[in-house]
Design a protein around this ligand. Structure first.
Ligand SMILES: [Zn+2]
Length: 154
């Protein structure tokens, strides 16, 4: 029963941040019916249905979005710096940190989850700008311009 309780607590934390039902299902192993009902309960409307199709590259079409994604990646790296543990709870903590500092950002939790997933899989890589030291997310843009959002150079 404790395992189920933990799964349910985790599902609530994800639902509060408006994660997609498919993510809640994947991360908690609860049947999709439970988070669907929970989402409606919390937000008073039905969840956006469907699978998570996007990639980090799909989230960085403008320089502003690229900066947001890079900043989230930096938050995620900070949270996971001391652990190899690939827990969803780190994505939650990183997202909360990100929203606290960058409240006006349009990156939603589902997008943040995708960015964290791609970092974990090694599809993208967090680096630093040689000029100013600001974080640069490598392989995160379709045109592969791995430029710094601050000094706008490679
Ligand atoms: Zn720079």
């Amino acid at each position: 029963m404790l395992k189920t309780f933990n799964q349910q607590c985790r599902a609530v934390e994800l639902l509060k941040r408006q994660a997609r039902i498919s993510i809640v299902h994947k991360e908690t192993r609860l049947s999709k019916r439970v988070p669907k009902e929970g989402y409606h309960e919390i937000h008073g409307r039905f969840a956006c249905a469907g699978a998570v199709k996007y990639s980090t590259q799909g989230l960085t079409r403008t320089l502003k979005k690229y900066k947001e994604v890079t900043f989230f990646a930096a938050c995620f790296a900070t949270v996971t710096a001391k652990t190899q543990d690939l827990e969803i709870i780190h994505v939650i903590h990183a997202y909360d940190l990100f929203k606290k500092i960058y409240g006006s950002s349009q990156l939603d939790f589902t997008g943040a989850w995708v960015v964290a997933r791609d970092l974990r899989l090694g599809i993208t890589k967090l680096s630093k700008c040689h000029h100013c030291g600001a974080p640069v997310l490598l392989n995160a843009r379709e045109d592969d311009s791995n430029r710094c959002g601050v000094v706008q150079l490679n």
